[in-house]
Design a protein around this ligand. Structure first.
Ligand code: ADP
Ligand code: MG
Length: 369
C-alpha cells in the first residue's frame, strides 16, 4: 500500500512542528526518516498512523484519503523504541493479543490464532521463547517480539520509530540487516525513523532527511550521501571537515594563507565560501604536493579500525580529520608530531551568497593534480 503525504503542517500550540511536508512512499518500499532529535520524525509517523491530526494537508493511503479513517482501520503496525510488551503475559499471549481483541465477526478461531502466532515466531526466528515472559528475553529479542506482535493483524504498512534505539551497537547492526531481509520477504511498505545515519544508509531504499520540521532532501542512500543538496544534509550524513575560505579576484580560495586554485565554475570575485571535505577525501604525502596542498602536523593517530584515523593541525592552525588506509599508513610510516602534506581530493564548496553547494575536484582520478 502506498502512502502519500500532501502539504502536511502540524502545530503544537504556537510551535510549528511540521512545515508543509510532501512525500510519497511507494508500495513495498523501505523508507527511512532521518534527522536530529526534534526534527519532527515521530510527529510525522504519528500523523500517518492517525494518532495525531494535522492542521493542514492530508494523507492518502493507496490513493484514498485516510483522514476519516481511525487508527485501527488504517492497517498499520507499530514498533517503538521502548515497546512495552505486556509484562504479565507470555510471548505467545503478547503476539496473540491484537487478534484476540478483534471484533467477533473477524476474529480468527483459537486454532488459527495459535497457527498464526507460531508462524510469526518462526518469522522472527524465536519459536522457542513462546512460553517465556518479556523479562526473560534480551533487548534484541524483545524488539523482535514487538515486531511479531505488530505484524499479527497483517498490517499493510509497518511504522517503526527508532526500534533499535535502546540496543547496543552490535545487536543494532544485526537487527538492521535482519529488518531489511524481513521487509523484503513480507512485501510490506515500511517507514522507519532513525537519527542514526549509518542505519539509514545501510537499510533504506530511500532516505528522507528532516530538519526543523521540513524535508531537506529525499533520495537513495547513494544520492543523499554523494549529492547532498545542502550543508545540513552533508553534515548530517557523516563526519566532515569544514574550512572557511575567502575567494579573491584571481579565482583562488584562501584558507588562512594557503591558496587553493578553484576551477572556473566556482566563480571569482570577493566572497566567502566554505569547504566541506570528508576525512577520506584527502591525499597524504611525505613531500610537498604542489598546488592545493598544505602542511599539517600529526597530533593523534588511531590505527584501530579499517581506516586509520589521523587528527592533524593544519598550517593555519585548524584541526583536520583525515582517514587513510592501513596500507598507506604503514607505507608512509606515519608518527605523531611529524609534519605531512595533505591535498584535498574532492571538496563540496558552499557559497552562502547564492546558497549553492558545488563539487570541486583537486586531484583527478589516477592521482594527478
Ligand atoms: P523527533 O521524533 O524528530 O525527535 P518529534 O516529532 O518528537 O521529533 O518532535 C518535533 C517537535 O515537536 C519537537 O520540538 C517537540 O518538542 C515538539 N512536540 C512533539 N510532540 C509534542 C507535543 N505533544 N506537545 C508539544 N510539543 C511537541
Ligand atoms: Mg522521535
Amino acid at each position: 500500500m502506498s502512502i502519500e503525504i500532501k502539504n502536511v503542517s502540524k502545530d503544537f500550540g504556537n510551535f510549528r512542528a511540521l512545515k508543509n511536508v510532501n512525500l510519497k512512499v511507494e508500495t513495498g518500499e523501505l523508507v527511512a526518516l532521518l534527522g536530529p532529535s526534534g526534527s519532527g520524525k515521530t510527529t510525522l509517523l504519528r500523523i500517518i498512523a492517525g494518532l495525531e491530526t494535522a492542521e493542514e494537508g492530508g494523507i492518502l493511503f493507496h490513493g484514498e484519503d485516510a483522514q476519516d479513517k481511525q487508527t485501527k482501520d488504517r492497517h498499520v503496525g507499530f514498533v517503538f523504541q521502548h515497546y512495552a510488551l505486556f509484562r504479565h503475559m507470555t510471548v505467545f499471549d503478547n503476539i496473540a493479543f491484537g487478534l484476540r481483541v478483534q471484533p467477533k465477526k473477524i476474529r480468527p478461531s483459537n486454532e488459527e490464532i495459535k497457527k498464526r502466532v507460531h508462524e510469526l515466531l518462526g518469522l522472527v526466528q524465536l519459536d522457542w521463547v513462546a512460553d517465556r515472559h518479556p523479562s526473560q528475553l534480551s533487548g534484541g529479542q524483545r524488539q523482535r517480539i514487538a515486531l511479531a506482535r505488530a505484524l499479527a493483524v497483517r498490517p499493510k504498512v509497518l511504522l517503526l520509530d527508532e526500534p533499535f534505539g535502546s540496543l547496543d551497537a552490535k545487536v543494532r547492526r544485526e537487527l538492521r540487516q535482519w529488518l531489511r531481509r524481513f521487509h523484503d520477504d513480507l512485501h510490506i511498505t515500511s517507514l522507519f525513523v532513525t537519527h542514526d545515519q549509518e542505519e539509514a544508509l545501510e537499510v533504506a531504499d530511500r532516505i528522507v532527511v528532516m530538519n526543523e520540521g521540513r524535508i531537506e532532501q529525499v533520495g537513495t542512500p547513494e544520492e543523499v550521501y554523494h549529492n547532498p543538496v545542502s550543508p545540513f544534509v552533508l553534515n548530517f550524513l557523516g563526519n566532515v571537515n569544514l574550512f572557511h575560505s575567502r575567494i579573491e579576484e584571481d579565482g583562488q580560495a584562501y584558507v588562512g594563507n594557503v591558496a587553493f586554485q578553484l576551477p572556473e565554475k566556482a566563480g571569482s570575485g570577493k566572497k566567502t565560501a566554505t569547504f566541506y571535505i570528508r576525512p577520506h577525501q584527502f591525499q597524504v604525502a611525505r613531500v610537498a604536493g604542489g598546488q592545493n596542498s598544505f602542511k599539517a602536523k600529526i597530533k593523534y593517530i588511531n590505527p584501530a579500525g579499517a581506516p586509520v584515523k589521523l587528527e592533524l593541525i593544519s598550517e593555519w592552525g585548524g584541526l583536520v580529520q583525515v582517514e587513510v588506509s592501513q596500507e598507506e599508513y604503514q607505507k608512509l610510516a606515519l608518527k605523531k608530531d611529524e609534519d605531512i602534506y595533505v591535498t584535498p581530493k574532492e571538496i563540496s564548496l558552499h557559497a552562502p551568497e547564492n546558497n549553492q553547494l558545488d563539487k570541486v575536484w583537486f586531484v583527478k582520478e589516477g592521482g594527478g593534480i
